[in-house]
Design a protein around this ligand. Structure first.
Ligand SMILES: Nc1nc2c(c(=O)[nH]1)N[C@H]1C(S)=C(S)[C@@H](COP(=O)(O)OP(=O)(O)OC[C@H]3O[C@@H](n4cnc5c(=O)[nH]c(N)nc54)[C@H](O)[C@@H]3O)O[C@H]1N2
Ligand SMILES: Nc1nc2c(c(=O)[nH]1)N[C@H]1C(S)=C(S)[C@@H](COP(=O)(O)OP(=O)(O)OC[C@H]3O[C@@H](n4cnc5c(=O)[nH]c(N)nc54)[C@H](O)[C@@H]3O)O[C@H]1N2
Ligand code: SF4
Ligand SMILES: [Mo]
Length: 580
């Protein structure tokens, strides 16, 4: 910092979307005047996108929430009363305790949005005693994660930078930005990587691809089963690799026999000759070839199986753990802080409220849609409270009327946000949070492509504006008021020290560079190692699915035909908005 000009520069990471690109904030007279990319930050290749650059606008937005607001009149009527933090916290503690008393502690739903402080909402829910926690996953990457986990035993990172052939379906990397993949895709293209895009819309990614196919929405599985059909029929895989690493080739061989390119062409509207040629080209480029692990083809009833079909093609290409293929997670090195063991509440029900409503759900993530149904139906038990943090389901979850019907069932709903979101608007109590530039956050481990396994954190660049308070503080204060203070008896500094306890160099690196890199091994992590699946191999045929009565290999089921003169709505992100 330079005292004479009163200019200080602070490292932080962007919070406008999930990517957490490294930044340097210029602060003059306690005001943030500019955000620049952190040149040391490999994950975003020293870039800050247009949204990231505009982060100051979020900090100084006149529409930010400024103090706690209590609903007056009917829900959603829009009449609010300013109250003090003490009043707000006393009220929330009283209401949540009353619900716990009457309906058990699982009577309160917690929905932490994705954020560096979300971990404290999870911790609070556990201490409070509710296992009804639902994250954004069920509206985002659940089917992708599920499918890859159930094929490879873990969720991969794509080594876009070193790939020679990328087939992208259900992803739009030049508009929906994921760092470093968006940037690496451009670099890889300049180095000769071929890009083939399947997308019903002509996106910017489609525009910059070698080939674009306007696939019929919801039919991707037909295309990918046909790729597998060609690779297997023409024996374009590595037999030694298959023998050693893959489980279920004989079953898959039988399974994909009817799924010829000619058959697929009638489903997905992509010519059979192109399907056959793409399969051959990918097999030739393998293992530096990939089906990019996209997650947003039109979601109907079988998204996980669509993603399984993509994962299976990757398996046949032998690209796991290889340059230009799919990479395993690396050690970032963060430790989990030790906290006292959570209390046990005897009267709680046996399961989450959405238990059994969906196959293959992640218990820790839940499903918002199923929780919503369960709350409306009061089955298998009533739920009457909702703690919302950085989540805007009124806008982001399909069927707003149903979300309203769910809210109608509640005795108490509190939302912690930076602005009066549509969800805050229908809440009983609204609590103002500081933006990412005003917060002290825990350390967070980031991975991305071949770029890095790194650690980042945040310290306030400027003091929190108005009466805004971080959710960590809010939860600590609630815990105190509920006799649960001992479970939150730590400061953010202490928490972070615990997280970094096995990384002696991290503190110094974070101070000097704004990021700590763990020099963990990148390729060949699986040499001499087994896969975390039932067969200990990459599962073309999933044994666990078979045991559960789920199709062990993806079976094609065409999407419902739209009625005459009706159209399908297909949407996607664009580069200068988040979630529009
Ligand atoms: N129609 C449609 N629906 C979709 C999608 C789609 O493509 N189309 N995409 C889906 C996907 S992939 C996702 S991930 C979800 C995302 O949907 P959500 O998880 O609901 O996330 P966001 O819409 O990003 O914003 C959540 C809230 O966080 C608030 N917020 C922002 N920064 C902060 C902060 O620092 N602190 C606090 N306390 N609050 C903050 C914002 O004001 C906003 O109200 O939407 C899903 N829904
Ligand atoms: N600028 C910006 N970047 C973002 C975000 C943002 O809001 N704005 N959000 C972040 C988040 S939370 C996420 S989850 C990611 C999402 O990243 P992406 O998954 O890349 O984002 P989408 O724009 O939803 O892209 C999906 C594409 O799939 C196409 N599509 C729809 N149906 C089908 C189909 O049936 N088959 C095929 N092959 N394609 C189909 C759509 O037309 C769309 O172009 O982006 C992240 N990055
Ligand atoms: S992609 Fe843009 S908005 Fe997202 S974290 Fe990076 S700079 Fe921020
Ligand atoms: Mo997402």
């Amino acid at each position: 910092s330079n005292k004479s000009s009163k200019l200080a520069r602070h490292y932080s990471v962007c919070g406008i979307c999930l990517n957490k690109c490294g930044l340097v904030a210029s602060v003059e007279n306690n005001t943030v005047t500019k955000l620049d990319p952190n040149p040391n930050f490999l994950k975003s290749r020293a870039m800050l996108c247009a949204r990231g650059n505009a982060g100051i606008k979020q900090l100084y937005d006149p529409d930010r929430l400024k103090y706690p607001l209590l609903r007056q009149g009917a829900r959603g009527e829009g009449r609010w009363k300013r109250i003090s933090w003490d009043e707000a916290l006393d009220l929330a503690a009283k209401k949540l305790s009353a619900i716990a008393e009457k309906y058990t502690r699982c009577g309160v739903l917690f929905t932490p949005g994705s954020d560096m402080q979300s971990t404290f909402v999870h911790h609070f829910a556990e201490v409070f005693g509710s296992y009804n926690v639902t994250t954004h996953e069920s509206a985002c990457l659940l089917s992708r994660n599920r499918a890859y986990l159930d094929t490879f035993g873990e969720v991969p990172f794509a080594d876009v930078l070193h790939s020679k052939y990328i087939l992208m379906a259900g992803a739009n990397r030049f508009e929906a930005l994921i760092t470093p993949d968006s940037i690496d895709l451009m670099t890889a293209r300049k180095g000769g990587c071929k890009l083939v895009v399947l997308d019903p819309r002509y996106t910017k990614t489609a525009g910059l691809a070698d080939e674009w196919y306007p696939i019929r929405p919801g039919t991707d599985m037909a295309f990918f089963l046909a790729l597998a059909h060609v690779i297997i029929a023409e024996k374009r895989y590595d037999p030694a690799y298959v023998e050693k690493r893959l489980y279920g080739l004989p079953q898959l061989t039988e399974h994909v026999k009817p799924y010829s390119p000619e058959w697929a062409a009638t489903e997905c509207d992509i010519p059979a000759d192109d399907i056959r040629r793409i399969a051959r080209e990918m097999a030739d480029a393998a293992p530096a070839a990939m089906v990019y692990p996209g997650r947003r083809t039109s979601d109907y009833t079988n998204s996980t199986q669509i993603r399984r079909a993509m994962a299976i093609v990757n398996a046949l290409l032998g690209n796991w753990d290889q340059p230009g293929g799919l990479l395993a997670a690396r050690q970032v090195g963060l430790s989990s802080p030790e906290t006292p063991e959570s209390p046990f509440y005897e009267d709680n029900p046996d399961d989450r409220i959405d238990h059994g409503r969906a196959h293959l759900m992640f218990e820790e993530e839940g499903s918002f849609k199923h929780v919503r149904d369960a709350i409306i139906e009061e089955k298998p038990y009533p739920m009457k409270g909702w703690f919302v943090y950085k989540f805007n389901p009124m806008q982001s979850q399909a069927n707003r009327q149903k979300t309203l019907a769910m809210i109608d069932k509640l005795d108490f709903m509190v939302t912690v946000d930076i602005t009066m979101s549509d969800t805050a608007w229908v809440s009983d109590l609204v609590l103002p949070a500081p933006s990412y530039l005003e917060r002290q956050d825990p350390a967070s481990g980031l991975q991305g492509s071949s770029a890095c396994a790194c650690v980042v954190t945040r310290d306030p660049v400027v003091p929190a504006l108005f009466e805004s308070k971080p959710v960590f503080w809010i939860l600590k204060e609630l815990a105190k008021r509920m006799d649960l203070g001992e479970y939150f008896d730590f400061t953010m500094d202490q928490y972070r020290t615990q997280q970094l306890r096995k990384l002696p160099d991290a503190d110094a690196a974070l101070a000097k560079d704004g990021v700590y890199y763990n020099p963990a091994k990148l390729y060949g992590i699986y040499e001499g190692r087994i896969f975390k699946t039932k067969s200990n191999k990459i599962e073309l045929y999933n044994q666990r699915y078979a045991d559960l009565g789920v199709n062990p290999m993806p079976v094609y089921d065409p999407p419902r035909k739209q009625p005459k003169d009706r159209f399908r709505l297909v949407l996607g992100r664009n580069a200068y908005f988040t979630h529009c």
